[in-house]
Structure formats: structure tokens, C-alpha cells
Design a protein around this ligand. Sequence first.
Ligand code: ZN
Length: 162
Amino acid sequence: MEWADGFTFVPFTHIGLVRMSRCIECGSVELRPAVVSLEGTVRGEIYIVEMKGLVCLNDGYKTIEGSDMPEFARLLADKYRSAQRLLTSEEIRSRRKRLNMSQQQFAHYLGVGVASVKRWEMGKIQDRRCDDEIRRKTDAKAHIADTRIGRFDLLPGTDGSM
Ligand SMILES: [Zn+2]
């Protein structure tokens, strides 16, 4: 395994098919799976995330596997979004699903790039203006109005907004 771009914080490393798990505090390899509470910071605010992770049997140090880092980041961002009354990644996804749209169709519907939709659902925090627009275009009334005219207009830039 190479560390070409320098040593960064990686709790556990994967070498071939053998997983090398080691406590970064004491070096112990005796770790057991558990639900752990981990603290993270988003824009200066501290939030606690609970998710599956590992606990060191020697000193109780709690961490998660490197492969679960994106999930941690997503859950952390969702804590921030809930606190700020922004839609969470799960809420954005479920609103999209309720409209029965793919990420691509949803992006066109909102007038944004598909990369934005993918990033929001993976945890990137949408700005307030986009949040308002998502709510406006996915609330139940909007859905009913669109259903009444019998189709969704999926062409980009034809609805005069955003
Ligand atoms: Zn330890």
C-alpha cells in the first residue's frame, strides 16, 4: 500500500483482501462492532452522529471504518440540515421518489445540474434558495397541480424559474 499523497486520517486500512483494523489510540487490534456516537463539526457547529462503528476493547476508543466515512459525512450534514430547517439528503431523495423521477429528471425539473442532485443526496448541503425551490416544486400541492394537467414538463429552462 502506498501513501503517495501523504498520511491522512484513515482509521483502518485495507491491504488486499485482508482488513487491518487497529485502534489509532493504543494500537490494539481487539475491536468489536457497536453503535457509536461520533462528534463532527459542520460550519462551526458541533453535532453528534450515531452509526455502526467499532469500539476498542482496550481503551473504549470509538471510531468507524474508512469505508463508512462518506456515510458519516452524510449523516453529519443531515444533522446540520435538520437544525437549520433545510431538507435532509433523505428528504430530498424521498421527495424525488414521490414524483417518480430519476436524478436526471429531477435536475431538469428543478433547473439545476444532475451533479447537484447527486451531491445533495450524498450529503452536500444545498443553499437556502435551492432548498426553497425544492420544497416549492415538490410539496403535495405542486404535485397535485402537475398531475391535474397530466404531465410533468421535464424540459430544462421552460418553466421560467431558477
Ligand atoms: Zn485502543
